[in-house]
Each structure stands twice: as C-alpha cells, then as structure tokens.
Write a protein that binds this ligand. Structure first.
Ligand code: ATP
Ligand code: MG
Length: 325
C-alpha cells in the first residue's frame, strides 16, 4: 500500500486555505492509503513562540485533524517532537544538501527578507521537512501549492543520496488539489493566505468566528462588478469563487450564472453564509474533542506507531552512512 505523509505547523489559528489546500486531501487519501499525519511543532520554533501558546496550538491542530474527519484507526496522528528521529535524520540531510539550494527557496526569501540575524532554522527548515517525509518512506505528500518547491528539494536530496547509496530513500511525489491548491489572502489576492500574516482580515480561520464575515465583506476585489472567474484579471473574485465552490459543492460556472447582474455585495453576503455553514460541523466536533482524554490517548498511540516506522528507517540510513557501532 502507498504511504502518505503530511504535516501542519501549530503556529496560530488554521485557516480555510489549510483546509482547502491540504486537509481535504488528507481525508480523501486515508480511505485508500497508509497515512501518517503530523503536527509539526518543531517547524513552528523557526520563529520565536510563546511556550504556552505553542502547546495549546499543538493540541488545537491535533483536535482539528480529528474534527475535519481524520480517523485514528485509519491514519497515524502524532506530534513531531515526540519522535526524536525527525531531528536526527534532518542532520544527516543537512550534511547532504547545498547552501545554494537552500538560499534559493522562495519561502526563505519571503520570510527572511535579507536579515542576517534571522534564525538559521528559517534557512534549514526545508531539511527538517525533508526528514519528516523521508523518515516514513513516503510515496505521496499532499500539501498546498506553496510547498511544491520544498517537495522538489526533498526529491533532489533523496535522489542525490540514492546516487551514492542506492535505495537509501523512497523518492516522494507532490500531490495538490485541482481546485484550491493556493487560496489567496483576502486583503491581497496576489499573496497566499497565511496563518502568520499580520492582518487578521487576510484570512478566514476555521475556528475564530468574529472576524470571518468582516474579512469576507472587506475582501479586495476589482471595479468591474461582474462575478466572473479570471485569475489573471480578477484574482480577488476568482479566489472568492473558489472558496464558494468548495464549501457549497457547486461548480464555478453555476455560481457565476447565479450572480449574473448582481453586485459583489450580494455575492459576498451569501459567501459569508456558505462559509459559516461549511465550517460549523468542524467547530462542533472540535469543541467535543479538544479537551478530551481521548485526544491525548490518540496522540500517544500515534507516537508509538510513528516511532516504530521512524526508528526502522533511521537505523537503515545510519547503517548506510556508517554511523554508530
Ligand atoms: P505559516 O504562515 O505559519 O507558514 P501556513 O498557513 O502557510 O502558515 P503551514 O502550516 O505552513 O500553514 O501549512 C500547512 C499546509 O497548508 C501545507 O500543506 C500548506 O501547503 C497548506 N497551505 C498553507 N497555506 C495555504 C493556502 N493559502 N492555500 C492552500 N494551501 C495552503
Ligand atoms: Mg507555511
């Protein structure tokens, strides 16, 4: 059976981009593949975090995994820092990657902005991500479009090591959604929606209700006034149409037709309802699960199962490199 691995950072509140671009795939894939889903808390500390907030967010993301429909009987669900092999393998990969390829990563350039006092983890973080993936002999990595470059890097490093030591690693493939692989920020449809963006009105969170309708009603659009899908000319409206389509289950063409002759105001007002209705069941399950002992039990079980796989891979890789006695 094919192995799937993916993870989400517990930095701030998850948003509908995380759900549409990544989590929807997690649920789809768990029906037919061997899935491992991780709360990647060690990635979060690439930038300073409040320790208590980090712990809270880690459990929030784990509870959200279950709330959107992941089944711990089908998928392994665990927290990255509870399996030490991730950090160990990441060092081996660090020694087999080039500084040049890390400096070329778009996300590094976006987040670092040329600041020489920025944490080194911002640069080496894709190698921890590569370790996360390679540790589970992963075939498929379901992520949003923004992570495609990091998957390419993971493939390059795995292939480079395999060239020296054949079959050291399984080389993984990127998998993205056909619709919604990159949900854009509501205040600026030229950049992607992000947990860590400054403006809370740039995103629609899965759990936080008060800002949601304001964010949608104030979303940047254009002056044409026609609800029409055109990512080049109308990135704002196209983004809202994608969100509408995902949560309503309607085709984009049908939505365009429905709003013919109506302004953006009517469309946005209905979108608020569509989104609120779409995320309501997630919120309801989250409230039931978040403070349960069951959540802790599921994560402990996940750690045990993930660790067993990770230890085996790490032993194989250490042997290949001649590490240990
Ligand atoms: P941060 O700003 O802290 O990096 P993020 O919103 O990018 O937060 P991540 O935890 O880095 O969230 O990513 C989790 C998953 O969600 C990844 O698979 C990523 O590709 C996907 N994802 C993130 N943002 C979007 C988006 N705007 N559209 C679609 N998928 C997204
Ligand atoms: Mg991100």
């Amino acid at each position: 059976m094919k192995r799937v691995f993916s993870g989400i950072q517990p930095t701030g509140n998850l948003h509908i981009g995380n759900y549409i671009g990544a989590m929807r795939q997690f649920i789809e894939l768990q029906q037919e593949m061997d899935c491992v889903y991780c709360v990647v808390d060690m990635h979060s500390i690439t930038l300073p975090q409040d320790p208590q907030e980090l712990k809270k967010s880690t459990l929030d993301v784990a509870a959200l995994y279950l709330s959107v429909g992941l089944d711990p009987k089908k998928s392994i669900i665990f927290v990255q820092s509870t399996v030490p092999a991730h950090a160990e393998l990441s060092w081996i990969l660090t020694c087999n990657s080039h500084t040049g390829e890390l400096f070329r990563m778009t996300q590094f350039k976006d987040k670092n902005k040329g600041d020489e006092s920025a944490p080194a983890g911002l640069l080496t973080y894709p190698l921890l991500m590569a370790a996360d993936i390679l540790l589970y002999d992963t075939d498929i990595v379901p992520v949003g479009n923004d992570q495609k470059q990091h998957i390419e890097l993971t493939r390059d490093i795995a292939q480079r090591i395999n060239h020296r030591f054949p079959k050291a690693f399984v080389v993984p493939d990127y998998r993205g959604m056909k619709i919604g692989a990159r949900i854009m920020a509501l205040d600026d449809p030229t950049s992607k929606m992000s947990k860590s963006a400054q403006n809370p009105l740039s995103r629609i969170t899965l759990l936080d209700e008060p800002t949601r309708s304001k964010a949608i009603m104030k979303a940047t659009t254009d002056s044409e006034g026609t609800v029409r899908f055109d990512t080049e000319e109308k990135p704002g409206i196209s983004n809202l149409l994608t969100i509408y389509s995902v949560f309503s289950g309607q085709e984009i063409k049908a939505i365009e037709h429905q709003y013919e002759g109506l302004g953006y105001g009517a469309f946005k007002k209905d979108l608020v309802d569509v989104v609120i209705e779409g995320v309501a069941p997630i919120r309801q399950r989250f409230d039931e699960i978040r403070h349960s002992q069951e959540l802790i039990r599921i994560l402990e079980d996940g750690t045990r199962r993930a660790d067993a796989i990770a230890q085996k891979t790490l032993k194989r890789v250490k042997d290949v490199f001649g590490l240990g006695v």
